[in-house]
Design a protein around this ligand. Structure first.
Ligand SMILES: NC(=O)c1ccc[n+]([C@@H]2O[C@H](COP(=O)([O-])OP(=O)(O)OC[C@H]3O[C@@H](n4cnc5c(N)ncnc54)[C@H](OP(=O)(O)O)[C@@H]3O)[C@@H](O)[C@H]2O)c1
Length: 264
């Protein structure tokens, strides 16, 4: 299927590895010119070159800390200067730390708000004028299944990420007349560094653990009986960016092997 994305321009945040990188790859594979951002410049530039080599689409690396408003302005300006416009925005960021209510003070709450909600607000604010002027656009937010079913010990994610859903749902109504869609993608348990860290997989492996057994244990309550692959989430991002997805807006879709038990 041709997704009708050839020569479109996307900004993908937090894209030097994991789900952001997989989203950038899936878009580049469809011929999208991609601007990727993350904090570590060396890693980001290597990834840009790898994606460009593999898929033949232009990829621009712009060092970006999504918690810094000036960095978001810089990546937006770089995209406009290099490619002239922005058709697709994929909001992504690192995850907030795990922990209990007693462990977090105002600083932790403020940091989670800035990382996972305010960054999304700011970036959407930056892309909207150009998308409105062109009469089309795709905004896709990578969140978590915690917005549908709270995850034990991920209090900050459970509390802050639902704000992104409220934002997206509200904007989807306002922006529909401009053919700008706003959707959310919820990873369940997808094997990236973030999941490795949460499960301390690397540490266990170093102490003689069996990778397959550890991953199987992590997948025990997932109906598909396995962890997801980053490219399985990237595929949904590319579809939501496509011309075929023009009538899908305000949706929150999980990629989780069936692990979320909620009805909606
Ligand atoms: N993997 C899963 O199963 C899963 C499940 C639920 C939710 N999520 C959420 O999905 C998001 C992506 O997760 P992932 O698994 O892909 O994580 P990952 O493999 O650890 O990758 C995180 C990416 O985010 C970048 N990043 C972190 N903080 C950033 C910041 N302040 N500004 C810009 N870039 C930043 C990192 O690069 P730099 O360090 O160089 O900045 C890296 O490219 C996270 O919010 C995570 O909580 C993931």
């Amino acid at each position: 299927m041709d997704f009708g994305l050839h020569d479109k321009v996307a900004i993908v945040l937090a894209a030097s590895k994991g789900l952001g990188r997989a989203s950038a790859e899936a878009l580049a594979a469809e011929g999208v010119r991609v601007v990727i951002g993350a904090r570590n410049q060396t890693a980001l530039e290597e990834v840009a070159q790898e994606i460009e080599r593999t898929h033949g689409s232009a990829v621009l690396a712009v060092p970006t800390d999504v918690t810094k408003a000036t960095d978001l302005e810089t990546i937006m300006q770089a995209a406009l200067q290099t490619f002239g416009h922005v058709d697709i925005l994929v909001n992504n960021a690192g995850g907030p730390p795990s922990g209990t209510f007693e462990q977090f003070d105002d600083t932790h709450w403020q940091a989670a708000f800035e990382l996972n909600l305010l960054s999304t607000v700011r970036m959407i604010r930056l892309v909207l004028p150009a998308m409105r002027a062109r009469g089309s656009g795709r905004i896709i937010n990578i969140v978590s299944t915690s917005v549908k079913q709270p995850i034990d010990n991920l209090l900050l994610s459970n509390s802050i990420r639902p704000g992104v859903i409220g934002l997206a749902k509200t904007l989807s109504t306002q922006l529909a007349p401009y053919n700008i869609t706003v959707n959310n993608v919820c990873p369940g348990r997808i094997l990236t560094d973030r999941i490795r860290q949460l499960a301390r997989l690397d540490e266990q492996l170093q102490h003689g653990g069996n990778a397959e057994a550890i991953l199987k244990e992590m997948a025990r309550d997932i109906p598909m009986q396995r962890l997801g692959k980053p490219e399985e989430l990237g595929a949904l991002v590319a579809f939501l960016a496509s011309q075929q997805a023009a009538y899908i807006t305000g949706a929150t879709i999980q990629v989780d092997g069936g692990v979320t038990r909620s009805l909606l």
